[in-house]
Design a protein around this ligand. Sequence first.
Ligand code: CMC
Length: 429
Amino acid sequence: MGKESLTIIDNRTGAKYELPIENGAIRAMDLRQIKVGEDDFGLLSYDPAFKNTASCQSSITYIDGDKGILHYRGYPIEQLAERATFLEVAYLILYGELPNQQQLDQWVFDITHHTLVHENLRIFLEGFRYDAHPMGILISSVAALSTFYPEARNIFDPESVELQTRRLVAKMPTIAAFAYRHRMGLRYSYPDNDLSYTGNFLNMMFKMTELKYKPNPILERALDVLWILHADHEQNCSTTVMRAVGSSHADPYVAVAAAAAALYGPLHGGANEAVLRMLREIGDTSNIPEFMESVKRGERRLMGFGHRVYKNYDPRARIIKEIAHQVFEVTGRNPMLDIALELEKIALNEDYFVKRRLYPNVDFYSGIIYQALGLPTSMFTVMFAIPRTVGWLAQWREMLQDPEQKIARPRQLYVGQGKREWIPIEERA
Ligand code: CMC
C-alpha cells in the first residue's frame, strides 16, 4: 500500500495539496487551505443528508453494511441476542465491557430502583387528550423530566451523568407504559421490583385485576431480544440529533426528547407502524401484485424495506423473523405474517428491489410481533425508543468526552438572491 495521503490538484490555480488519510478518511477542514485567492473562504465539501461524511469517531457500534454485520463494542449481535439480557447489553454499550456478576447485579438493582416517576409527571400525563399518540406523550414527558432534575444540566459532573443515565434507562418504560394506559383509559400499573426489565414492562402494560402480574417467559425473553437488537445503530438520524442537541450542552432529558422526535418519523423508527398500516391496507395476498406495481411505478415505498447502510441484508431482521415464530407459538399466528412473507418473497426476486439492493430491515417484522403481543400500532415506535435510549445516552456520553467535538454547526452553500434594495409595499408586484 502506498503512502496514506491524497494528492489534490486545484485546476483553478494549478496548486497541489497533500492531505493525510486517517482511518479511511480525509479531514474536511484540510480542504479549507484550498483557495483561489487571499480572500477566498476555502473549499467546502457538500454532503446533503451526510451520505459520505463521518461526523465523529466512535467505539460503540460497528456496522458493515455490505456484509450485513452489526457489532456492539466488538460483540456480534447474533451472540448478544442469543446469550445476553437487555440490561447486560445496555451496560456493555454504555461502559464498553460486559459486566461481571457483581457489576451486573448492581446495575440491575440501580435501574430497578429508578423506575418510579414523580407523581407530578403522572398528573402531567393526564393532561393529554384520551387519544393522544403515545410517541407525542413520550417525547413531551421525557422533555418534562428535565424540569424535575435541574441538576441534569451539569453535564460535566460525572456523578450527575451517571444518575441521569440510570434515571433515563429506568423511567422510559414507565412513561411508555403510562402513555399506553392513558390512551386505553386504564389505571396506571406501577413498577414491580420483583420482575426483570422487560417482565416489569409487560406488567406495567398489561396488568389488570390480578394481585401479581406473571409475565409469560417466552414473551419476556422475546422482548428482551427485540430490545437488544434496537439498542444502538451508530450515527442514524435520531442519534445524530442526540449528538447535535447534546453538543450545545443541553441536558440529556431534552436531548433524548429531541432524538425520540427524530425517531418518530416514518422513514426512521416510525417505519414499524407504517409497515403494519401497509399490511392492513393490502389486506390479502391476492392484492400484493397490484401493490407491488404501484411501488415499482414510484408511487409509494415498500415500508420496512431498504436501509441507508445495509445493502445486503439487515442482520437484525433475520433474528426478528426467528423470534416471530416463537412469539406466535404463544399468541397464535398473526395473519399479517402471511402477507409479509409473500411480500418479502416477491421483493427479493423482483428486479426493482434487487437492482437497488433493497432488503427487509429491522422494522419489517417487529411490528407484526408487537401486534401479536397485543400492542396497538401507535405503540410500535415507542417500543423502539425505549431500548434506543441506551444508544442515545452512550453516544451522548462519548461525545462529551471527545476533545475534538464542538457545537454541531454545519456550513451551507448559499444559492439565494444577492444583495438587493428594500421595496416599499405599494411598489411590490
Ligand atoms: N420501497 C421502494 N423503493 C425504495 C425503498 C422502499 N422501501 N427504499 C428505497 N427505495 C428506492 C428509492 O426510490 C430509490 O430509487 P431510485 O434510485 O429509482 O430513485 C432507491 O431505492 C434509493 O433510495 P434512497 O431513498 O436514496 O435511499 P436512502 O438510503 O436515502 O433511504 C431509507 C433509506 C431507509 C429511508 C429508505 O430505504 C426507505 O424509505 N425505506 C422505507 C422506510 C423504512 O423502512 N425505514 C426504516 C429504516 S430501518 C430502521 C430505522 O432506521 O429506524
